[in-house]
Design a protein around this ligand. Structure first.
Ligand SMILES: Cc1ncc(COP(=O)(O)O)c(C=O)c1O
Length: 413
């Protein structure tokens, strides 16, 4: 694979300058500053359409809900709502963002292992389509807070570990999500007896950044003994390529695996829900940095003006990326690409070949659309980067850069 396979779909080299959405990244850096998240609107639309097409072709009765935890950013997810995706939220906060983005409440699903009264109350008030029960305490809350026929699914832990980094496996028996298979029948019976609830079916989610999709079949098989239902939510988790050398399944492979699991082990006439996050948005955003300093010693440390404040993936999950110096045609050297945070672990990529970096160069990190904006933070007083949405040569600010005032806005002095 080439670098273009992990760059946004609209990326092009035009007279030696890299563009995304028809906008030269160097011009964006000059206009909006760095660090910045740059979004490829057309690429995002294309991925949403691919999802609808691949699932529609295999199982017409499929709802594709974007897992908003991957990118809870209303100006961007509005594009997904326009394309017809639903939305999955894990809290009242994500719900508020999804509603602001314009998702139809009937097309929103709430899940979460520890939902508060506020989470459930806001979801019921908004009229969300489905609430996923994670355990008996959710049923207590729903009995109090959901007077009408609220559609629910029960999340079951299928005891099928997701083959991924330990911190992203949610299907192991030890995981905190859902109820064990053995406990499911009693809770299903209880839910069925609650007047205010309409038990529609079952939910599983075995993990994130799954590069092997066999687990979907095993998870569906595990659910099969619990009875027949009209709806099965098989979760998200499709893994993606972060570097040209990474091999990852396609959306079509994911549709084949989940629809195949539904048809083989559950019910080919049931409604299928899937909740992909990372694979919907990952490739359509790049992060643009500037080099602040270069130190050549035992190692060559190239430090940029961001780091673990805007990308925690390497630190939390050991995720590897493929950074490069923008528009540079120079010989390379092996570098440690580090951030500006006061932390030795603030390393974006180790041992990466970069075109002899100089102070003031711009560095691009591809595939930062998922879980980077959502996990961004103010560590060391970092101001979170803007989100710049590019399309057809036009660049607009989706989220502005944080200011010094923002750092103090909640302080009562
Ligand atoms: C319940 C649930 N659904 C969907 C997702 C989205 O997963 P991914 O972004 O890997 O597709 C997650 C993330 O782990 C999740 O916990």
């Amino acid at each position: 694979m080439s670098l273009f396979d992990v760059l946004p779909r609209s990326a092009a080299a035009v007279a030696g300058r890299l563009t995304v959405g028809g906008c030269a990244l160097a011009d964006l850096a000059a206009e909006f500053g760095t660090p910045a998240f740059v979004v490829d609107e057309a690429g995002l639309r294309e991925t949403a359409r691919t999802y609808l097409r691949e699932f529609g072709a295999r199982h017409r009765d499929t709802d594709v809900h974007f897992a908003s935890k991957a990118l809870p950013c209303a100006p961007v997810t509005r594009i997904l709502a326009e394309e017809g995706l639903g939305c999955d939220v894990a809290s009242a906060g994500e719900l508020a963002i999804a509603l602001a983005a314009g998702f139809d409440p009937a097309h929103i699903l709430l899940h979460g292992n520890a939902k508060s009264d506020r989470d459930i109350g806001d979801a019921v008030a908004a009229g969300v389509g489905v609430i996923v029960v994670d355990g008996p305490d959710d049923v207590d809350r729903l009995e109090r807070l959901a007077p009408d026929r609220q559609a629910v699914l029960l999340r079951v832990n299928p005891a099928v570990p997701g083959e991924t980094h330990a911190a992203m496996d949610t299907g192991s028996p030890e995981a905190k999500f859902g109820v064990a298979l053995e406990q499911a029948p009693a809770l299903l019976e209880r839910i069925a007896g609650v007047d205010g609830l309409e038990l529609q079916g079952l939910h599983v989610h075995i993990g994130s950044q799954l590069l092997d999709l066999d687990g979907f079949g095993r998870a569906a098989e595990a659910l099969a003994g619990l009875g027949h239902f009209g709806v099965y939510d098989l979760g998200g988790g499709l893994g993606i390529a972060y570097r040209p050398q990474d091999a990852a399944p396609t959306v079509a492979d994911y549709a084949e695996a989940t629809v195949g699991a539904l048809h083989a082990h559950l019910d080919p006439t049931a409604r299928l829900i899937v909740e992909p996050g990372r694979s919907v948005v990952g490739r359509s955003i790049v992060t643009l940095y500037s080099v602040v300093t270069v130190k050549r010693g035992v190692l060559t440390h190239v430090a940029v003006d961001g780091g673990m404040g805007d990308n925690l993936e390497p630190m939390l999950y050991g995720q590897r990326f493929a950074p490069f110096v923008l528009d540079a045609d120079r010989s390379g050297e092996t570098c440690e690409l580090v951030g500006h945070h006061c932390e030795s672990g603030d390393v974006l990529e180790r041992g990466v070949e970069l075109a002899t970096p100089r102070v003031g160069d711009h560095v691009v990190v591809p595939v930062t659309g998922a879980y980077c904006y959502s996990l961004s933070n103010n560590y060391n007083g970092a101001r979170r980067p803007p989100v710049i949405i590019c399309n057809d040569g036009d660049a607009r600010i989706g989220v502005r850069r944080e200011t010094m005032d923002d750092l103090l806005v909640r302080s009562v002095l």
